[in-house]
Design a protein around this ligand. Structure first.
Ligand code: GLA
Length: 386
């Protein structure tokens, strides 16, 4: 049975009635680490691992939610929604409902069943995938047209304000607006993008370290504060700047002392990453997979040395990936602090690499690691019956 068919059956068994099904892919950020909340450029794509929601309106204010991944349910009432004290998965449901309530899209309660293929807390944006699938579904059952850009902004607000992870716009935007078979070159200041076709001669392998990136929300907020502190310091001498995106490498170098070593290295990662994203977009469009891979590896080194978001397991995995035949480069994905790494491969070598990584990293992990060959997917949408 397909994922869409089986979630329909599961919904009918649990709640009864015919649900609407929406599904949203996972996000793979090829390059552009932590550039989004610095108003920079990022280059993500999506993959055909989905979060599915089955949803049907109710006639009262009750919300009944069930997660198949957690084997756990939650019930609450509109209009007052409180975040749980212990980071519960249902906070994401409440978060999206709460921002949509502000736009008057939600008038009644609903039943919802959720299941997902993405590793949870693995850096592939399982949370943004859930938010956008749910947002899309709620707007649709309310009888409204979905504005995809607006959906991305609402879901980002949900995560930043309600859940409390002060993320940028990359994940929600890539999942809401990405095009099948393409990477999304997103300008996070203008909130505008260009689709770049992914070359035939490039495969992306994702491997999970097996370390949950539980620190990621705290770490992300801390990095964001460091970037804001760097901007505030630089504004004393460069009043025209608004974000690290506006700072040139030369200006940064000239203000090393003003910033101090920590804020200087954090800023250097962002300023150099912006250059790498621009170059990677050009290389990708030209089908220069080797250059894309080299930039991906440089991004990883900078994320580790300057931005300090790697960890021992990511280092081991990136080294194994990089040492595989046919690998052009490797890096951590998502916020870092654990989760997954990607390798950029020439297709003929992919299978050999999967065996090598499985054996070498599997030995360290004590079991076969989860891995996935990226299949760039269309964006969040309603799933129509086959
Ligand atoms: C997380 C955030 C994104 C982005 C990445 C790092 O996935 O949700 O907004 O900042 O980390 O690039």
């Amino acid at each position: 049975m397909s994922g869409d068919a089986s979630i329909t059956v599961a919904f009918e068994r649990r709640f009864g009635g015919k649900p609407l099904i929406c599904r949203a892919p996972g996000r793979i950020n090829i390059i552009g680490a932590h550039a989004d909340y610095n108003e920079g450029l990022v280059l993500p794509t999506t993959t055909a691992l989905y979060t599915r929601v089955a949803i049907a309106s109710r006639h009262d204010q009750r919300i009944r939610a069930w997660s198949e991944n957690f084997g756990d349910g939650a019930e609450f009432d509109l209009p007052t929604l409180q975040r749980s004290d212990n980071r519960h998965w249902s906070d994401y449901v409440k978060a999206v409902v709460s921002v949509l309530q502000d736009t008057a899209c939600i008038k009644s309660g609903f039943d919802i069943l959720i299941n997902g293929d993405l590793p949870l807390g693995g850096g592939l944006s399982s949370s943004a995938s859930l938010e956008t699938a749910l947002g899309y579904a709620l707007i649709s059952i309310g009888g409204n047209e979905v504005d995809r850009r607006q959906l991305a902004l609402l879901c980002q607000r949900a995560e930043a304000e309600f859940v409390g992870a002060r993320c940028g716009i990359m994940d929600q935007y890539a999942i809401s607006c990405g095009a099948s078979g393409h990477a999304t070159l997103l300008d996070c200041r203008e909130i505008r993008h260009q689709d770049i076709p992914l070359p035939q001669g490039m495969d992306i392998l994702v491997v999970d370290t097996g370390v949950k990136h539980e620190l990621a929300a705290g770490g992300l907020n801390e990095r964001r504060e460091e970037c804001e502190a760097a901007v505030a310091a630089l504004q004393t001498v460069l009043p025209g700047i608004h974000a690290l995106r506006d700072v040139t490498p030369g200006q940064l170098e000239n203000n090393r002392e003003l910033l101090g070593e920590l804020l200087f290295t954090r800023s250097r990662h962002i300023v150099t990453e912006l250059q790498r994203v621009r170059e990677a977009a050009t290389a990708l469009a030209a089908g220069d997979v080797a250059r894309v891979g080299a930039l991906v590896s440089e991004s990883h080194a900078s994320s580790r040395d300057d931005y300090d978001v790697s960890c021992d397991e990511l280092e081991a995995l990136v080294e194994i990936l990089s040492g595989c035949r046919g690998c052009h480069g490797a890096r951590l994905v998502g916020a870092g602090f654990g989760g997954c790494a990607i390798g950029i491969f020439s297709p003929p070598y992919l299978e050999e690499a999967m065996n090598t990584v499985s054996a070498k990293y599997g030995r360290m992990l004590g079991r076969a690691p989860w891995m996935h060959a990226v299949r760039p997917s269309g964006p969040v949408d309603i799933s129509l019956p086959a």
